[in-house]
Design a protein around this ligand. Structure first.
Ligand SMILES: C[S@@+](CC[C@H](N)C(=O)[O-])C[C@H]1O[C@@H](n2cnc3c(N)ncnc32)[C@H](O)[C@@H]1O
Length: 365
């Protein structure tokens, strides 16, 4: 037992080093040691992301999507499967549908093992081995949800091919279909995904960015205009004691669900303007401040402590990813820095996952 734990820690350390240095060997999912260590450690995080994004899809997706008898989900780069299985099971738990989940990976060794996991709960699994973005055996069919998580980072030299692949994927999405792309939260992975998103929006008329960006932004992503910026989620999450012990042993901090994601829809009404906090909320002597995005530009908004009152108090409670209603005179004539006046109320609109605040900005009961 002790040997197995230290073996997993060693494998996770090596995986983590080669993921961040972009030196991961193409066959790591074929090796049982690294595949099992991936499943034991990254699999738990993938499951948490799949559940969180499944809930978000239930909230943000068109109601017609969940009135179907059968949802067809395609997951690209499935690996050990925890992400897409969790996403599918989250949808199954809330809707009277059955789900066909088709998983694609270059590693048949990984796929064969997931396909063995049949649970008779309305979920049917199938798979194809394919080397993306060139091999596309799944494009002959229609899909309701297409996802890809943590695969782009392993394919830095093929980003143009992936943009072209997703352009083709959008063509085979059902009219109410969704495309969900998820990558790690670090600057390099995040910026790569945001660029891919821009490229998809440019080449695909009618594609709507549902989340996380406010106001149904169209390209270009404001984070990319400054080489030091990127945009990611940092949401509260709890992990098992075993995962936390492995994280500590390899020097990771696992105190939140961190990721960059983009959720596209083929057809959605355009969203109302909003300002999204895309940084932590900073507290300094005499002021609070944060960076906000309205989908077109980033602006630093400050609330001077002397302007904190009944109407503006909620500014100091904001968390990364929450949105507020823009003031009537938004955008400021001089973009870049905006001092929130004391007579303009702060109206909290949405939590980071799209759940609305109740009128007045209170938490939903
Ligand atoms: C980091 S794992 C992610 C697994 C799962 N999606 C998750 O989020 O936990 C990346 C997976 O993508 C697969 N992959 C990477 N590049 C690929 C490519 N070009 N074509 C097909 N699969 C690929 C790898 O084999 C691996 O299983």
């Amino acid at each position: 037992m002790k040997n197995r734990k230290s073996q997993i820690i060693g494998e996770v350390r090596e995986l983590s080093r080669s993921f961040s240095q972009r030196t991961i060997p193409a066959d790591y999912m074929d090796r049982s040691e690294s595949r099992e260590a991936y499943g034991a450690y990254y699999g738990e995080v993938g499951r948490a992301k799949g559940e969180a994004l499944g809930e978000e899809i239930l909230l943000r997706g068109a109601p017609e999507l969940f009135r179907k008898e059968r949802l067809r989900i395609l997951d690209l780069g499935s690996g050990t499967g925890e992400f897409s299985l969790a996403l599918a099971r989250t949808l199954l738990a809330s809707c009277p549908v059955s789900v066909d989940l088709h998983m694609v990976d270059r590693s048949e060794e990984a796929l064969v093992r997931i396909a063995g996991d049949k649970d008779g709960s309305g979920l049917s699994l199938s798979y194809s081995r394919a080397l993306l973005p060139a091999e596309r055996p799944f494009l002959g069919e229609g899909w309701d949800i297409v996802s890809m998580a943590n695969c782009l980072a392993e394919n830095e030299s093929a980003h143009e091919g992936f943009a072209e692949l997703f352009g083709a994927v959008v063509d085979v999405l059902s009219p109410e279909g969704l495309l969900l792309l998820v990558e790690p939260a670090d600057k390099r992975s995040s910026r790569a995904l945001l660029s891919l998103g821009d490229s998809l929006l440019e080449r695909t008329p009618g594609l709507v960015l549902l989340a996380p960006c406010p106001g149904s932004r169209s390209a270009p992503c404001p984070a990319l205009s400054d080489p030091d910026n990127w945009c990611h989620e940092d949401r509260p999450a709890g992990f098992s004691g075993e995962l936390l012990r492995t994280a500590e042993a390899v020097g990771h901090v696992k105190d939140a669900l961190k990721m960059t994601y983009l959720l596209f829809s083929r057809s959605s009404p355009l969203q109302a303007p909003a300002l999204r906090l895309v940084s932590p909320l900073h507290r300094e002597k005499g002021l609070f401040w944060g960076d906000f995005c309205d989908g077109r530009a980033w602006a630093r908004i400050r609330l001077l402590t002397r302007n904190k009152g009944e109407l503006t108090r909620d500014f100091s409670r904001l968390r990364r990813g929450e949105t507020i209603a823009p003031p009537p005179d938004w955008p400021p004539v001089k973009t870049g820095l905006f001092d929130w006046p004391k007579d303009r109320p702060i109206v909290r609109l949405f939590h980071p996952d799209g759940r609305p605040f109740e009128p007045g900005g209170r938490e939903p009961s």
